[in-house]
Design a protein around this ligand. Structure first.
Ligand SMILES: [Zn+2]
Ligand SMILES: [Zn+2]
Length: 259
């Protein structure tokens, strides 16, 4: 993919490989804009993210690599921030970065995408879980704190699908995303999960296209060898829907790149 804006580093404690290895793999794949958006620190769930003390090191390492590879690829610096009320810290919301991805990984502090807590799906109405998830996405968009929505329909990760129409469940969230002038990513991590497809679904992408919501692309790589996988599939999906351009951000300013 020409643009690949969501990738991790080993600082989050659940990814492997060196920053240079991710970038070299991206160059091999023909990527022109490659963003690191590692999990931002948070006082909740600290095990799966860098610490506040590591932010400077992360930013310095990415900026050093940006300079090192500047003739071959443009490296961008970002964070993936959890939208979780009561746990979003000023230190991650106002850093000097290219963009912030806002993601919902928790419903009422339940890590619904973590296989460790998969048992919780049995105790609740699946339609209620899905609606709570998209309500959190809507709230996140209304907060206007972020530039890009991370994996818009992550709630499908284990393929526990709702009975209600997904576009109906997600409609208000998409309207809020449009109103907040946010971008959604087509994220290939879903191909590596039980759901076996990109986030978001084709139906949700069509709805986003009708609402004129921009897209971008991401590997969501947690290992260098995951960079650039499934890019042909998602580019075809985006083109078939009608998209011709995708967004990048520099210092929180959006620009469009044709793909
Ligand atoms: Zn991760
Ligand atoms: Zn995520």
């Amino acid at each position: 993919m020409t643009v690949d804006l969501h990738n991790h580093t080993k600082l989050c404690n659940h990814a492997d490989g060196e920053i240079d290895e991710y970038i070299e793999q991206a160059i091999k794949c023909g990527t022109k804009y490659f963003g690191f958006s590692d999990h931002a620190p948070m006082d909740f769930d600290p095990k799966y993210r860098m610490s506040f003390e590591q932010m400077k090191q992360y930013e310095n390492d990415v900026l050093k690599a940006k300079e090192k590879y500047k003739d071959k690829i443009e490296v961008l610096l970002a964070y993936e921030v959890d939208y979780l009320k009561g746990h979003m810290d000023e230190r991650v919301l106002n850093p000097n970065v290219d963009y912030l991805i806002g993601s919902v990984h928790f419903i009422d502090e339940w890590g619904f995408d973590n296989p460790e807590f998969i048992g919780n799906y049995e105790n609740q109405d699946i339609d209620v879980i899905w609606q709570k998830y998209f309500d959190a996405i809507e709230e996140m968009a209304n907060s206007k704190l972020f530039d890009i929505v991370g994996h818009l329909d992550l709630i499908k990760v284990f393929k526990f699908m709702p009975n209600k129409s997904i576009t109906a469940l997600a409609k208000n969230a998409l309207l809020a995303i449009k109103k907040a002038d946010m971008t959604i990513e087509i994220n290939v991590a879903g191909f590596r999960k039980p759901v076996k497809e990109q986030y978001p679904s084709i139906d949700l992408l069509r709805l986003a296209y009708d609402l004129d919501i921009p897209i971008t692309f991401s590997s969501d790589a947690h290992k260098p060898e995951q960079v650039g996988l499934f890019s042909e599939e998602v580019i075809k999906i985006a083109k078939d829907i009608g998209y011709k351009e995708c967004a990048i951000y520099r210092k929180r300013k959006k620009e469009f790149i044709s793909f």
